[in-house]
Design a protein around this ligand. Sequence first.
Ligand SMILES: [Zn+2]
Length: 397
Amino acid sequence: MNAKGPIGNFDLVKKINMEHTIGTILRYRPISRAKIAAITGLNKMTVSSCVDLFLQKGLVVELGTTGTSRGRPPTLVDLNEQAGICVGIDIEVNQFTVLVTDISGKKLDSRIYTMSCSEPQPVVDAIGRLLAELKHAHAHRVLGLVGVGIVIPIYYNTQANVVEYSANLKAWTDFPLLGSLEKQFPDLPFYINPTPYAGAMGEVQFGRARTANHLVYVSSSWGLSVGVYNDGELFTGTSGTAGRLGHSTIHMNGKKCSCGNRGCWEMYASVKALYDMLDTTQPQLPFADIVSGLQQGDTRFIAAVSELGHYQGIGLANVLNAYNPRIICIGGLLALLGEPLLSAIWKTLHDMVPERFLQHLEIYCSDLGELGVAHGGVSMAIRHLPSAVIAYSLQEE
Ligand SMILES: [Zn+2]
């Protein structure tokens, strides 16, 4: 046996015990030491030593007792939500939204910044200044800034570590976003994801789908794309571009799309398609006016949304056949169309898909609003909280 083996193993075992303990606290908090031991299968002494270390480091707090058992009631342990902050940044075509939360995901602040430039570097510089400010303002917290989830309206190639091509943000193509952020903040964890992936994570962690194991999030704004969440993980494909279903063909020889193909789903079922149906443009007719007109029963808008929902339904039938989700969440601007859109989608699904495959399916429009996707960014950082907690706990004083 290697002479260093047992020492290395001891450190590894300690780390694994800490992972189980903090993971269980995060999942079931507040929770007693005895319950942690029962759930993890670790002995009570081991759990107590992990919890005591977290307490001493200010990462968890004791909350008093459950008051339910006989004899000395157990003390409950909870995460110290104030121990650090997480940041989610939702970059859109003309603006970016910054959401700052505590490490449980509770909102502390949110701000919207206008992007006046189509180049990526000035945006990265603005984000850099903001993160430097936040790091400074929250330096008193033991973990400080734990992580930053950056959400982009484009796919991010995780093999090449560059932004993929997008017709809407052409200047960003092949931009090394992660490298550029890490150059400014070498010690800060960044998690970059496209809007549909973050949207799915936001719904599962903060939205209506908290109990879902299988969810498809359809990011429905000027383009369409899909984020597939399955049993705790996102389906990202080989290089992080899975879900480009907006460019799946629903009409042979149909309308020409910016991707070069014809008859793409997003040419018929996106915000862009809705404006084409209404034969107008956003400057002439703001999207909010369509939403309010629809609510007031304007027949022109009702007819257009019904046609849009029909085309949404055609694409969703493909989504359903491919992924067998329990929940489909419509996010983005089209979520604001609500019930009229949903009923048109259901009508088409009933025509296209055998009833038995629709029985347990739920489709809803996201109600997380304008911070939904930024919450998805935060959830990326929170998923990595256990490693931040363990790294800090193992630091020498
Ligand atoms: Zn296309």
